[in-house]
Design a protein around this ligand. Structure first.
Ligand SMILES: *Cc1c(COP(=O)(O)O)cnc(C)c1O
Length: 476
């Protein structure tokens, strides 16, 4: 019997496939402004989309219909200009093109020996990031799938640099506002959950240095080993930036590894204002960045930078008979020796292509614009009846609550829930909420390259309208 060659597409078949897909994708992107900012059916089980192992072929057109009509619309609309929820990931189209190239050529960049020139290009991206944050020569890092993995690799690296093999008394400090991936990283790195100390934050939601110092000293007195301090450079809750300079002083005094979780806020260093807020960033031993947030890339691109690039190699390098080895110190990059992954996608290209095509200027301009837009939203919301801005934007995130006189406790939470739901029903913008000071608190995060003045004006209008409508209804 002749071998099956149906997977080896002809040039024409490939061209048809790309062209049919491109048509659908471009249609989707062009119509973004007319689509709802979100259309989520979280209680729907989508039973009708359950599928058997496919024994029979299906034409691509039919599958594209299924995707674009029956699946994609039921979601938070990530690339929509009105996406102001969580931390928006814009999704630069350039990255889709870069992925097309990367997946079509399918080269292995995890080791220098596989594709040295391509590994060099990915290394450039890492070095650009090091330069952006103000790191000295000798700093290096790696691209990860996101900030959570970057925080995990940072935790493991700090553990290997600072603790003996028996590390169960190693203590980790971060604020009560830190992203939950910090605790998750500690647990995955083998620490008991209670070894993570969540230090109280101040009225601006920054870690309290006095409380931090006291906790470290108390643990030392109790025979524990404080070793890692994680500062937030832009919290997910309110966008608060810890005082990294003070943390660096304390880390030096107390001999702690200082990691900055700058997954959300890090790329604001490209702006003058952001650089001031993030002063102290270059003093951190390691830094998490999320290009799929602050560089507007699609999901799947994070980064970990370390001040001493060799520390990554010390923590991760394990030799194998079937692998050739190249040392970072000699100017070669074996990314697989710097982190947990061996085989992986060529993720450097999705960062490299847009940065080379446009240069840094439009990224800087967009980030500066987002800082301004969030400040504008805060000042407008202050004038909305019954609205309190709970946390002013330090970067591009702000939190607010509807607080009519006399309403407190659970009814206040329910009121804010109703307002948020109403805003999202209008479909022009999508907001999410968090818990601040124990209260349900809606928030706005401006971070997409597609979000401009018009869209934040719609946000303010819709908050105003929702508050008016909800407050008019009789409350139980
Ligand atoms: C998003 C975020 C993370 C987690 O990053 P992922 O890319 O979602 O894994 C960690 N810390 C902060 C501050 C974040 O904003």
């Amino acid at each position: 019997m002749a071998p099956d060659r149906s997977l080896e597409l002809t040039r024409e078949e490939m061209a048809d496939m790309v062209s049919a897909t491109t048509d659908r994708v471009l249609e989707h992107i062009e119509s973004l402004p007319d689509q709802p900012a979100a259309n989520v059916r979280v209680d729907d089980r989508f039973e009708h989309l359950r599928e058997q192992v496919p024994e029979e072929p299906t034409p691509l057109a039919e599958l594209l219909d299924l995707l674009f009509e029956d699946a994609i619309p039921y979601s938070i609309n990530g690339p929509h200009p009105g996406n102001l929820s969580y931390i928006p990931s814009g999704g630069l189209f350039h990255a889709a093109v870069a992925d097309l190239i990367a997946n079509a050529i399918n080269r292995y960049v995890g080791a220098w020996a596989g594709a040295p020139a391509l590994a060099r290009l990915e290394g450039n991206v890492v070095e650009w990031f090091c330069e952006m944050v103000g790191y000295p020569d000798g700093a290096f890092g790696l691209l990860t799938s996101g900030g959570s993995i970057a925080n995990l690799v940072a935790t493991i690296t700090a553990r290997r640099e600072r603790l003996p093999d028996d590390f169960s008394d190693g203590m980790i400090y971060t604020s009560d506002q830190a992203h939950h991936s910090v605790t998750k990283a500690a647990v995955l790195a083998g620490f008991p959950r209670e070894n993570v100390r969540l230090i109280p934050s101040d009225e601006d939601y920054r870690i309290r240095i006095d409380a931090l110092e006291a906790a470290v000293e108390a643990d030392r007195d109790a025979g524990k080993r404080p070793f890692l301090l994680v500062g937030s450079a832009g919290t997910t809750n309110t966008g608060a930036v810890d005082d990294l300079d003070e943390l660096a002083d304390l880390a030096a005094c107390q001999d702690l590894w200082l990691h900055a979780d700058a997954a959300y806020g890090g790329f604001f260093v490209l702006t003058d204002d952001g650089r001031e807020q993030l002063a102290g960033l270059p003093r951190c031993d390691s830094i998490t960045l999320d290009p799929h947030k602050g560089l507007f890339l699609p999901y799947g691109t994070g980064a970990l930078l370390v001040r001493d690039g060799n520390s990554l190699e010390r923590a991760h390098a394990v030799s194998a008979d079937y692998m050739s080895e190249h040392r970072l110190a000699a100017g070669y990059v074996d990314f697989s020796q710097l982190g947990p992954e061996l085989s992986r996608d060529f993720r450097g290209l999705r960062v490299w292509l847009p940065l080379r095509m446009h240069g840094v200027a439009p990224f800087r301009a967009n980030l500066a614009e987002k800082l301004d837009l969030s400040r504008w939203v805060a000042s407008e919301l202050r004038d909305v009846n019954s609205v309190q801005v709970v946390a002013d934007p330090q970067l591009s995130t702000l939190a607010f609550r509807v607080e009519p006189p006399g309403v407190t406790g659970e009814p206040l939470d329910n009121l804010n829930r109703a307002v948020l739901e109403r805003i999202n029903q209008y479909g022009r913008v999508h907001l999410s909420a968090t818990t601040v000071d124990g209260r349900f608190t809606p928030r706005v995060c401006v971070l997409s390259f597609r979000t401009h003045r018009k869209h934040v004006e719609q946000c303010v209008e819709d908050v105003e309208r929702a508050v008016a409508e909800i407050l008019q209804q009789p409350r139980e």
